[in-house]
Ligand binder design. Structure first.
Ligand code: FAD
Length: 299
C-alpha cells in the first residue's frame, strides 16, 4: 500500500527518492515516499494518515548514524529539516529535532552556557542525538538533557523528562516506544564564553586528528564492548584496511568504515558481518552495531 499523498496536498513529498542523497555514507536505496513536514500539525497529520492506512513510518534525522539497505524503505519516511529552531531561556537551550547538535552547541557557546561542549563535533540532529544518547569525550546527551517533546505513534505529543528517557550507553526509551522527538531542552550552566570555545576547538581538533573526516562514513560502526576498545580489536584481528567493494575499514580509525569508492550499503553490511564473525572467532566477543541498519535488501 502506497502512502496516500493526495490526502495531504499541502505537505511536501518526494516520491522514490534516493536516500544516498541524505546519508553520511552516501549509500542506500530509495524511499517510496519521503515527507518534509513544515509544522507540528503537518507532522501529526502524516502520522495519523499512516496509522489509518497501516503504513510503516520511518524517521530519519541527519542520517549520520544510519545504513539504509540498497533495497530502500517501504512506507513513509519522514525527515525534519524544517524543524530547525534553537532558542535560549536563562540556562536552558531549546532546540527543535531537525536542528543540528553542532548548531545547538554553537548557540550555547554564544550565550556563555557550558555543558554541551563534548557534542561540538557530533554531526547528528537533535532528534537523532537524543534517540541515540550520543556522546563523546566523556560526555553524553543524558548529562545535559532536561526534557523532550515526543510525538507518540497514537498521535499524542508527550513531554518526556530525564527519567522517562531511560538513557543508557547509546540508548534511550525512544528506541522502544516508536516516538518521534520533536524538540528537546538542555539544562546548562553559566560559563566563560572563551573557555567554552577553547574546549570545543580542542575537541574538534582531536576529532580531526583521529577520525577519517575526509571520507563519507557513519562514525563508529560498533558499540564499545565492555572492557575493550573496538578499534584496537579490529587492528589486532588484522582487519584494518580491509576492503569490500567500495567500503574500507579506515586506516585512520579502525572503528570507522569509510566509503572510498562508490560503496553500496551491501558493501558496508558485508564488511560489518565479516568483522563481527572474525572478532567472535578470534576473541569470543560479540560486536554490536552502534549504527542503525534499516530498510530492505535489494531484490
Ligand atoms: P540518524 O542517523 O538520522 O538516525 C539515527 C537513529 O535515530 C535512527 O534510528 C532514526 O530513526 C532515529 N531518529 C532520528 N531522528 C529522530 C527523531 N526526531 N525522533 C526519533 N528518532 C529519531 N555519535 C556519537 O554518539 N558520538 C560521536 O562522537 C559521533 N561521531 C561521529 C562522527 C562522524 C564522522 C559520523 C558520520 C557520525 C558520528 N556519530 C557519533 C554518529 C551520529 O552522529 C550520532 O549517532 C547522531 O546522534 C545521529 O543523529 P542523526 O540525526 O544523524 O540520526
Amino acid at each position: 500500500m502506497k502512502f496516500p499523498i493526495e490526502k495531504l496536498p499541502n505537505i511536501e513529498f518526494k516520491i522514490n527518492e534516493p536516500m544516498s542523497k541524505y546519508t553520511f555514507t552516501k549509500t542506500g536505496g530509495n524511499a517510496d515516499v519521503l515527507a518534509f513536514p513544515k509544522s507540528r500539525d503537518e507532522l501529526v497529520s502524516i502520522i495519523n494518515t499512516a496509522r489509518d492506512y497501516d503504513i510503516k513510518i520511518t524517521i530519519v534525522g541527519n542520517a549520520s548514524n544510519l545504513i539504509i539497505k540498497d533495497g530502500g524503505i517501504r512506507g513513509i519516511v519522514i525527515i525534519l529539516p524544517n524543524f530547525k529552531q534553537i532558542s535560549v531561556d536563562g540556562n536552558v537551550v531549546f532546540a527543535e529535532a531537525g536542528a543540528t547538535i553542532i548548531d545547538t552547541t554553537i548557540v550555547a557557546q554564544q550565550y556563555g552556557l557550558t555543558g554541551l561542549e563534548f557534542a561540538a563535533g557530533i554531526p547528528g540532529s537533535v532528534g537523532g542525538a537524543v534517540f541515540m544518547n550520543a556522546g563523546a569525550y566523556g560526555g553524553e546527551l543524558t548529562d545535559a538533557f532536561l526534557s523532550a517533546e515526543v510525538l507518540m505513534p497514537d498521535g499524542q505529543i508527550l513531554n518526556f523528562n530525564h527519567e522517562d528517557m531511560k538513557f543508557a550507553y547509546r540508548h534511550s526509551a525512544i528506541q522502544e516506544n516508536g516516538g518521534i522527538v520533536i524538540s528537546a531542552k538542555f539544562q546548562l550552566a553559566k560559563g566563560d564564553k572563551e573557555e567554552i570555545q577553547k574546549e570545543m576547538d580542542h575537541l574538534n581538533a582531536l576529532r580531526r586528528s583521529k577520525q577519517p573526516l575526509e571520507y563519507p562514513s557513519c562514525g563508529s560502526v560498533f558499540k564499545r564492548p565492555e572492557g575493550h576498545f573496538t578499534g584496537p580489536l579490529i587492528i589486532e584481528a588484522g582487519l584494518q584496511g580491509k576492503i569490500i567493494g567500495g567500503a574500507q575499514v579506515s586506516m585512520k580509525h579502525a572503528g570507522f568504515i569509510v566509503n572510498i569508492d562508490g560503496a553500496t550499503a551491501t558493501d558496508y553490511m558485508d564488511l560489518i558481518h565479516l568483522i563481527q564473525r572474525e572478532i567472535k572467532q578470534k576473541f569470543d566477543i560479540e560486536l554490536q552495531t552502534e549504527v542503525r541498519i534499516i530498510g530492505e535488501d535489494k531484490k
